[in-house]
Design a protein around this ligand. Sequence first.
Ligand SMILES: Cc1cc2nc3c(=O)[nH]c(=O)nc-3n(C[C@H](O)[C@H](O)[C@H](O)COP(=O)(O)OP(=O)(O)OC[C@H]3O[C@@H](n4cnc5c(N)ncnc54)[C@H](O)[C@@H]3O)c2cc1C
Length: 419
Amino acid sequence: MAVWTESEGKSVHDPLYHNFLTTKTDKCIVVDEPVIIGAGPSGLAVAACLKEKGIPSLILERSHCIASLWQLKTYDRLHLHLPKKFCELPLMPYPPGFPTYPTKQQFIAYLEAYAKQYDIKPVFNQTVVSAEYEDGRWRVRTEEGKAYLCRWLVVATGENAEAVIPDIEGLKRYKGKVVHTSAYRSGDMYRGKKVLVVGCGNSGMEVCLDLCNHGAMPSIVVREAVHILPREMFGSSTFGLSVWLLKYLPIQTVDRFLLIISRFMLGDTSRFGLERPHLGPMELKSVSGKTPVLDVGTLEKIKSGDIKVFPAIKHFTKHAAEFIDGRMEEFDAVVLATGYRSNVPLWLKDTEFFSEKDGYPRRPFPNGWKGKQGLYSVGFTKRGLLGASMDATRIAHDIAQCWQVMTKQPNHPTSRPST
Ligand SMILES: Cc1cc2nc3c(=O)[nH]c(=O)nc-3n(C[C@H](O)[C@H](O)[C@H](O)COP(=O)(O)OP(=O)(O)OC[C@H]3O[C@@H](n4cnc5c(N)ncnc54)[C@H](O)[C@@H]3O)c2cc1C
């Protein structure tokens, strides 16, 4: 059995405009501007905020396109989970007429327009394999054999850089198809099949619904307690309402309110095998980063029995899964909705700013955007695009202060008159 995740295409592109400096070991491209690793929404946001201040930047991206998570690793029916007003990048609102929850194609179109507006042209097919600080500069190496030397390094590789494949006993001997959600597109190819979805976050729940809608027979593994909230309450988004209430009320009061309304709208979810955690949804999010599931219709299918709920898996056999409650059931395929992780510890040779354990900045939001020696991080706040936008604005402001000083120096290339 091989687990399918989305692979990255790789071919070498030459950056067009940098001078080459020969060192003892390799050719380095000396870059005066900040280098941003990753051309997802976070990397684009930093590049745009810098551009607005007249500062160029260089983005290195391992994939062949911008927003590769959205373009290459998400399912067809995906819409933004949160309302658009919480998912805007700095400096550019969504076009008029976009729905409250844009489709993934609309979101990608917005990002493409954003890149065009700020003339952002990443260097594609460059996978960063190491970055270390030496002699006052960051040396960034790519798998494709390039090395860049820069003063400012912005880490924008995302919280979702690598698919997490859980180590479940017997998964290797299971004979059915196993895919991670990063390689799942639609339920079309699962019509009439029994599919086990492992994981009950927003993606796992939505994949189950998609499978149902395509005539498959999904079951979901719910290993831990989970908060399921209606996506909308009283005609507004639950997320928006929570953000507003949190301005005036303590978090526990907001949680109590959300749980009472959820109980009224959705019923007692524990009756269907979906126990709620002891901490309320907002408190849990702030303590652990665990996002509540915003229900888009999956719960109805669970209630009607179209989606079966199972507890944790004990082990897989060739064709079946046995669960910790002793039940055993055959499945034609498995979808792993088991999330993603940061890949920063794999390549950043700095353990002070980023934790080796989880690949996030050690200092929590809102203080995790700036490290030492020109190192920055964007999009590691566990607060989605809103958090990324806040980081990007701060980073651009910070770099601008040094940039202005640097470019005023008489020997700096940008302060020399052009010939
Ligand atoms: C299914 C799904 C739905 C979501 N819905 C929402 C939502 O509605 N609202 C919201 O706010 N958030 C949502 N999120 C979270 C979402 O991932 C982020 O908000 C957004 O994509 C983060 O952007 P980013 O640029 O930080 O990371 P990413 O989008 O992951 O971009 C990182 C980029 O870095 C590149 N990269 C990684 N490693 C390297 C390397 N070593 N070298 C070079 N390049 C590298 C990647 O190829 C990628 O293009 C969702 C996530 C998922 C998975």
